[in-house]
Design a protein around this ligand. Structure first.
Ligand SMILES: O=P(O)(O)OC[C@@H](O)[C@@H](O)c1c[nH]c2ccccc12
Length: 264
């Protein structure tokens, strides 16, 4: 079993466990009382008025399977508020519990702290997880093309949009781009870290960018350490850049987000 399959299986088990204490009907009732999501696809697809740099999607990430613990983050809400103060266009919150040490409580706390779109970053493979995202205040969810059959990707994509959520479809090769476009993805993220081997391939973004049609938001994900890395993705045609580790390990995340947001 690949790491990605194991992460997805674990996330599904965790969701099944949560469902025992919060059945679908009750979750649905909570989702109905939650304000309508922001149109993240429109926000990320509109160039920034005040800067030639890309939109920055700043991630709340405590740990990763490849690196282990990265940062403590006792208060995800205050970290997210600093990201937003630095001009982040969206906040990504890892909610996967086992290897990324995240939770839906983190998502809820971040939602309450910022007014920019919030992404639920997890290994989503069923409808219950989508409804959780909606009920806990996400505007945007991640679907990973490598972990879903094309028909299933299309189905979950449609379901998410039916809930009012935007979807970031993550890809790492041409075949997955085709699957994402088949699912009518409006936001496409090229993860330059291979989730099966964790190897970094920053050049993959430029290689795949040409396959992403105009009008579809192109996001470059992973491996950013410096403003020069952001500038490179921007020059390669990224509308948005998603950054995790470099921000959670920085003593001044607000300034760092601002610096990245100007990199062009
Ligand atoms: O910490 P980095 O190298 O800046 O990477 C962030 C983000 O791209 C990464 O966390 C990520 C991209 N796709 C994912 C899917 C699941 C979990 C995590 C991820």
């Amino acid at each position: 079993m690949s790491v990605l399959d194991a992460l997805t299986a674990g996330a599904l088990e965790d969701a099944a466990r949560r469902r025992e204490s919060l059945p679908l009907e009750r979750l649905q009732a909570i989702a109905e009382r939650t304000p309508a999501p922001l149109d993240a696809a429109r926000i990320l697809g509109t160039p920034k008025a005040d800067s030639p740099g890309p939109h920055i999607i700043a991630e709340v990430k405590r740990a990763s399977p490849s690196k282990g613990p990265l940062a403590d983050i006792p208060e995800p809400a205050s970290l997210a508020a600093r990201y937003a103060a630095g001009g982040a266009s969206a906040i990504s919150v890892l909610t996967e519990e086992r290897r990324f040490l995240g939770s839906l409580d983190d998502l809820r706390a971040v939602r309450a702290a910022v007014s920019v779109p919030v992404l639920r970053k997890d290994f989503i493979a069923d409808e219950y997880q989508l409804l959780e995202a909606r009920a806990f205040g996400a505007d945007l969810v991640l679907l990973i093309a490598a972990s879903l059959e094309p028909a299933r990707l299309r189905q979950l994509h449609r379901e998410a949009e039916g809930l009012g959520l935007s979807v970031l479809v993550e890809v790492h090769d041409e075949r997955e781009i085709d699957a994402a476009l088949g699912a009518e993805a409006r936001i496409l993220g090229v993860n330059t870290r291979d989730l099966k081997t964790f190897a970094m391939h920053p050049e993959r973004f430029a290689e795949l960018r040409a396959r992403i049609p105009a009008g579809t938001v192109a996001v470059a994900e992973s491996g950013v350490r410096t403003a020069a890395d952001v500038a490179r993705y921007r020059q390669d045609g990224a509308d948005a850049v998603l950054v995790g580790e470099a921000l959670v390990t920085d003593g001044d995340p607000e300034s760092r987000v601002a610096e990245f947001g100007r990199a062009a």
